[in-house]
Structure formats: structure tokens, C-alpha cells
Design a protein around this ligand. Sequence first.
Ligand code: UGA
Length: 434
Amino acid sequence: MKITIVGTGYVGLVTGTCFAESGNQVTCVDVDEEKVNKLRNGIITIYEPGLEKLFQRNLRDKRLHFTTSLADGIDDSEVVFLALPTPPGANGEADLSYVLQVAEQLGKLLKKYTVVVAKSTVPVGTCAKVKETIARQTSVEFDVVSNPEFLREGVAVEDFMKPDRVVIGTDSERARKIMYELYAPFVRQGNPILFMDIPSAELTKYAANAFLAMKISFMNEIAILCEKLGANVDMVRRGIGSDTRIGKRFLFPGIGYGGSCFPKDVQALVQSARGVGYDFKILQAVMEVNERQKTYLIPSILKYFNGDIRGKRFALWGLAFKPNTDDIREAPSLYMIRELLAHGATIRAFDPEAIQNVRKQLGDQIEYANDQYHCLENADGLIIATEWNEFRLPDFERMRALLRQKVIFDGRNLFELEKMQDEGFHYISIGRKP
Ligand code: UGA
């Protein structure tokens, strides 16, 4: 099939590459000329495990193409995916201007029946708006389909290749057949392609992310209670997770959720509810808990240093909002850095992938380490903000030798309490009494 992806961010590039891998002819369109040039020349613009290999192969075999021209991009295409940003607007509602601008241009360019697919996370009613916008510009037949994306950064290729489910909202039999054909190679193990009406598909995406965010905030509150009541959140997590109705996954407490999706989507759903006169109380609380959680370790750090960290030097492991990505959008690490600097501390940080992105944002407000041990030199303590695997089994002897004070503030519960005691560290984590 010949398909077009408009927008080459995380979702667009992964979607485009994976559809090329299943044998389609894919053209990716982006307004960013520099990005398009890089991609054309085989330089990948995001870090995503497993993507580079597929990207290079499909580029070489000429199934994957890049252009800045929407007209060239959609020429002869049967399906056009919109994978455009929907940033939070002034009042927290998703800003649809990119999506609608492209819809307008598309309307002027369509030459034959096309399925236009909304892949970006968009509020209920957006597909209808896209349809209206295109229809104003053309008399050519087309359908608009909602096909929300559930991939996680860091495992995006795997998630795309073997999705738990594919959700497709459509009111057209013709579009349904085309979408089925496109996705059939990815669900051969039997996972479902769920066809539904368009508003339900649009809402499914928000409901999924909001539910997952709720799980995290819930566990973060349980963790606080554990500390206060003398329980251990690891035990409670295992205890509840074994109930299949609750499930083991996504119950890890920490310093809050970040990234480009959960914070934005939870907020947008609350706004969307407000727009129809409904106060979504649980989600309001989910957001409040997450705000507090991002700097949850700061009072413990201050307490350890008797309320004064002026001139103290901290090592910070992890900057990305989660492991296996260089993405720092809404990363809890950045909120912690801001607080620590405001209290007069200095910071040397290390992250396996995200340093460049943080440097662009913070410049020389903090120092950047070459590796995780360089980070520790003469530090008054270590703070852990992201659970990269390489932090899980460090050389504790070397750490003791480098750190001025043997104290670790762990926002991701990487280590066992007993182990830390044996290793001689003062160890403060989340939901577990030191
Ligand atoms: C999330 C969803 O998981 C995807 O299904 C969805 O497609 C995507 O948003 C999106 O809307 O595009 P992602 O933002 O890549 O994916 O990251 P997750 O792996 O879900 O993690 C989100 C945040 O939750 C991270 O900050 C992570 O540290 C935190 N988290 C996750 C916890 O604090 N505890 C957990 O147990 C799990």
C-alpha cells in the first residue's frame, strides 16, 4: 500500500518505519527542512531502541521516503496518517492548530479517495472537525478515521510491531477494510483490532493514559502512607499486584510520571470534561499528587543537611523522564534541579542519552559528567531520578571512595534496603523507611 505520514516526531517516525517494514511504500512529510534532510541522508533524529536498524534498511530498500512537501508526500497515497503535535493550549485543552492546518491543506490536495487517519492524541470531536475542514476544500471522496497510538517511548518499535490491541474508530466500511489490511500483519498472534465509533476511539486513548497515570499517583500516595505507617511499598505492591484484577504492571512508586503524554493527556481530559460541565475529580487529584511527587525528595534532602544545602554539591543520576529515551519533556529531574539550585546547591548530572537535550535547556547552570562515576567525584550525596538499567548494579566500593558523604536519595527505588545498609550508605527511597 502507498501511505503518507505527516509529522516525523516519535510517533510519526516509528509508525512510518514500521509500516515500511511490513512492505508498504511510505512517505514521511515534515515542515522541518533540517530534519527531513537528516532523515533522507540516513541520520536518525530520535533515540529509540531497535528503530535505527529498521530505518536504515527501509531507507536503503527505498520503501521509506522523506519530503517537506505535502503535495509530493500525498501524491498517489491511499492512507494519510496525521502524527502531528497537539500541545496543551492556553487552558490545558489540546491545541489542534497543527492538525487542522494540515487538514485544510490536505483538502486542497486530494485527488482520489483517501483515508485520513488521526494518529495524534486528539480530544473527542477532532475527527469530525478534521472531516469538516477537509470537506470545505474538496469534493473528492475521503474518510476520516481515528487510530490512537499506544506505543511507549523506549519500546516503541516492539509496541508497534506487537500491539496489545489496535483501536480504530470509523463509520465507513471502505475505510475499515483498508485499515484492517494495513494492520493485519501486526496482529498475527491474535491480538485484536478493535473497530468502534469515532468518539469512542478518541476517548479510549485518553482513558488509557489517564488510567495509567492514576495507577502511578495512587501508588505514590500509598508509598507516602507506607513511610508514615512503617510499611514497605515494595511488599504492598507485590501484595496487591498478584491480584489479576489489579495486575503487576505500572505499580512502581517514584518521583512522578513525566514525558510528553501523561501530563498533557490527563490535563486535556480534565479540560474536556469541564467543557461539557463535568468535574473529573479523580484526575484532578492524580495531577495534584504528581505535581507534589516530582519534588518529593527535596524535603528529605534538606532534612538530612539540617535545612541548609547552600554550597552542597550533588551528583544526579538520570535526566530523561524514564529510561531508554533521551526525552526530557516534563522530566521530574528538571523539577528537582530547579529546586536544588534555588536552595543554593550545585549539581553534576549524568544520563546515558539525555545530556545533550538538557544542555540545550539548562546550559551551564549545572555540570555534566562523562559517566556515572565521574558524576560522583566530591559530591555530598547522590540523587537518582531515572531508573536506567546501568545504575542498578553499580560498583559500590568505587562509589564510597568518590562520594564525600555516603548518602543516596533514590527517587526510583533501585536498591534493596538491606543491601544499602550492608554497603554502608544512608539510603533514602520512596515508600520504604531507611
Ligand atoms: C505513555 C503510555 O504508556 C503509552 O501507552 C502511550 O502511547 C504514550 O504514553 C502516549 O500517549 O503516546 P510513555 O509516555 O512513553 O507512554 O511512557 P510510560 O512508559 O508509560 O511512562 C510514563 C511515566 O510514568 C514515566 O515518567 C515513568 O517513569 C512513569 N511510571 C511508569 C511510574 O512512575 N511508575 C510506573 O510503574 C510506570
